[in-house]
Design a protein. Structure first.
Length: 318
């Protein structure tokens, strides 16, 4: 009788353990605490090493907690055992978070290959190609996404940026304008306004940036770029007002300080021009012997170098 009882206990152990694993798995799905979720799923996997759902959910939790390498390892385990579009897509996301754009591209492509209706995978594939500088292929993929979701504004913005990189400004303008048609919000006018500013259509840039400010006054960048458009248009007092607004968001914005220095200089207020030029210099640790290239990372140096250079030497003499 004792022997039979022992055999029954032995036979029931796997069932009991399985029940405990299922209970822990349900707990893991319910909790919002990522650390606790991972710990519970660790136990589930220890009891059920072939539970691919547990690996998938642990990978999601690891990714959300910033452990991208750990997430990739779990997704890879699933792909070896039972590859599917969702797992390739999520592994692509983890690789993208690590800025492994080549690896992300491969995973997104595989996800879309396995499921031709997986538009998120196609969109992400386009983004990875964009980040790799494969602008023509990225545009093709964004176009394919837009055929399915014609009102996806961000896809138009990416297309526009890709065309800018290819120096096809006519098509870039069309894409930015399409984004406005789809949704005439602050971001859409801001993006086209900055584009106009970069190609030196200053009046059109100001018009778009005015609309962007009207729709959202809490974007520090829109005040700066409208200030730049005003400076180029000779509206120095308006430029000064915008640059001061920009500094309210970031008091260490040396681009805004340079803008103020140039605007005050254009107005003939050399004392204030000197003050803001000095502040901008201090932020970039300017020392004697340094040249205009000390500001090589500034907006003015990157986008409007010759204008900046001409005023810089005048400011440097103050």
């Amino acid at each position: 009788m004792k022997k039979i009882f022992v055999l029954i206990i032995i036979a029931l152990c796997p069932i009991i353990m399985q029940g405990q694993a299922r209970k822990m798995y349900r707990q893991a799905l319910r909790t919002t605490n990522l650390k606790q979720k991972i710990e519970l799923l660790d136990k589930v996997i220890a009891e059920e090493p072939k539970n691919l759902d547990a690996y998938f959910n642990r990978a999601l939790a690891k990714n959300d907690s910033g452990d991208y390498h750990g997430a990739i390892a779990d997704y890879s385990k699933i792909i070896v055992e039972a590859p599917d579009a969702d797992t390739y897509f999520n592994r692509g996301n983890s690789r993208y978070n690590l800025e492994d754009f080549q690896g992300a591209k491969a995973d997104y492509a595989k996800a879309f290959y396995l499921d031709k209706n997986f538009i998120d995978a196609l969109y992400s594939l386009a983004c990875a190609k964009f980040d790799l500088g494969e602008y023509k292929d990225a545009i093709k993929d964004f176009d394919a996404v837009l055929r399915v979701i014609p009102d996806l504004q961000i896809a138009y913005n990416y297309k526009a940026a890709a065309y800018v990189a290819l120096e096809d400004y006519k098509k870039a303008l069309k894409a930015y304008s399409s984004a406005i048609v789809v949704n005439p919000n602050a971001d859409a006018f801001y993006n086209r306004g900055v584009f106009y500013l970069d190609i030196r259509y200053f009046q059109k840039a100001k018009a778009d940036l005015n609309l962007a400010v009207r729709l959202n006054r809490d974007n520090s960048f829109v005040h700066f770029y409208r200030g730049a458009s005003n400076l180029f248009l000779g509206k120095n007092e308006d430029a000064i007002s915008d640059f001061h607004k920009s500094l309210k968001f970031d008091s260490f914005d040396f681009d805004a300080m340079l803008g103020l220095a140039m605007a005050y200089y254009k107005l003939g207020d050399k004392e204030k021009a000197k003050t803001y030029f000095k502040k901008a210099k201090s932020i970039v640790n300017f020392s004697s012997g340094d040249t205009v290239d000390k500001f090589s990372k500034s907006y003015w140096h990157l986008k409007h170098f010759y204008f900046f250079k001409s005023v810089y030497y005048d400011l440097d003499k103050l």
